[in-house]
Design a protein around this ligand. Structure first.
Ligand code: TXA
Ligand code: MG
Length: 361
């Protein structure tokens, strides 16, 4: 049976539903499930055939490895070599939005690692994900449950709209708390390297590890070590343009750009902070599809709403999205990484041409 969608109580997942989902995975099926970051599309990590099907369903390039999810920390040793540094990070940040890239165990299917000698592992911090993983008792390979290149799903509805009918079961449990994917941290280099900024900030990692580097590819200066980072990503159908600066200047820049686009007959969506929205008059609110992400002082709220805001612009048929930019600090680094990717990572999509810190990363 394909595409069964069931509603699960996030805080106390119904046992019979979790058992049903685990049985589907054991038989080699695919189950979409919520995590604290985004929804994942899972298969038993050692079931090469099922893992292959994940790539087909997502339309994912074969050279992009999957993250292995565990219900218990001790399971990591079944898929990876655990270093003392990794053990420390697991103790401090797991369960949570931190993926550790470690040397892979030889038995792991090449489909999971995309042929690399390393593997990304994490323990998600969501009662439904943990119940499923623990009931199953095996590691689960799971990318985000979206078609490749699209924004990641942060609600069950997003999964249904993107992949419904192609997966064996979708466990729906409302919106994801973090709303952006996990931080991917490579521990196989001499100095730990962030390959993808995410739910755990660089600053938080530096407090534990001392020096933490950013993959030069995040600044567009090299070929990414995390294969997933080299593709256009997190992108709605609409064209995304970034507007630099801070309110109130940013607000007037956005309005003049929106006016120009609207004069050219284009349908424009605005993705802004509360502070910028407060600068807009009634006319702007009526003329454009406005998505208020949250306060610039509460980036966790902005992160949580970002993908839903992009997808909402698509649902309303917007052709261009003008997006506010945020400082590259804390969660801002992850937010800006996703926005730049959504914009095609190109300076040509920044208005006006980016300068200073907005041009980097
Ligand atoms: O929050 C998350 O990480 C979500 C939830 C479902 O756990 N998962 C997720 O998976 O975002 P995915 O497949 O959409 O992104 C995984 C990223 C990709 O950029 C991939 O290239 C990178 O992690 N990655 C995985 N294994 C890697 C490895 N061995 N070396 C380098 N990068 C790796
Ligand atoms: Mg993804």
């Amino acid at each position: 049976m394909r595409g069964v969608c069931v509603r699960v109580t996030p805080a106390r997942p119904e046992r019979f539903l979790i058992h049903r989902a685990a049985a589907i995975l054991r038989r080699g099926g695919l189950v979409a499930f919520p995590t604290e970051t985004v929804y994942g599309l899972g298969a038993v990590a050692f079931a090469a055939g099922a893992v292959k099907r994940i790539f087909a369903v997502k339309g994912r390039p074969a050279d992009n490895p999957l993250i292995v999810h565990v219900g218990y920390r001790w399971q990591v040793k079944d898929v990876a070599r655990v270093t003392p540094q990794a053990r420390k990070l697991m103790r401090l940040f797991w369960p949570g939005p931190l993926t550790l890239v470690l040397p892979a165990r030889p038995g792991l299917p090449a489909e999971v690692t995309a042929g690399l000698s390393t593997v990304g592992v994490r323990q998600p911090d969501h009662p439904v994900a943990l119940a499923l993983l623990r009931t199953l008792g095996q590691p689960v390979a799971a990318p985000s449950a979206n078609r490749s290149g699209r924004p990641s799903p942060t609600t069950g509805r997003h999964v249904r709209e993107d992949l419904g009918g192609q997966v064996d079961m979708i466990l729906e449990a409302g919106p994801c708390r973090v709303g952006l994917e996990s931080t991917v941290l490579d521990l196989t280099a001499e100095v730990p390297v962030i390959l993808r900024p995410g739910g755990i900030s660089r600053e938080a990692l530096e407090r534990i590890l001392g020096q933490v580097a950013l993959d030069p590819a995040l600044a567009g200066e090299a070929v990414p070590k995390s294969p997933g980072q080299k593709y256009r990503h997190y992108a709605p159908r609409a064209e995304v343009q970034l507007v630099p600066g801070e309110p109130p200047g940013l607000a007037s820049l956005m309005v003049s750009r929106a006016t120009e686009l609207a004069a050219g007959g284009r349908r424009v969506g605005l993705l802004v902070s509360e502070e910028t929205a407060a600068c807009f008059g009634e006319q702007v609110r009526e003329k454009y599809h406005l998505q208020v992400l949250g306060s610039r002082r509460q980036l966790e709220v902005v992160a949580g709403r970002l993908y839903e805001a992009l997808l909402s612009c698509d649902r309303r048929g917007m052709e261009v999205i003008l997006a506010e930019t945020f400082p590259d600090r804390g969660l801002g680094l992850a937010i800006m990484n996703r926005l730049r990717k959504a914009a095609g990572a190109g300076r040509e999509n920044t208005f006006p041409p980016a300068t200073g810190s907005a041009a980097r990363l």
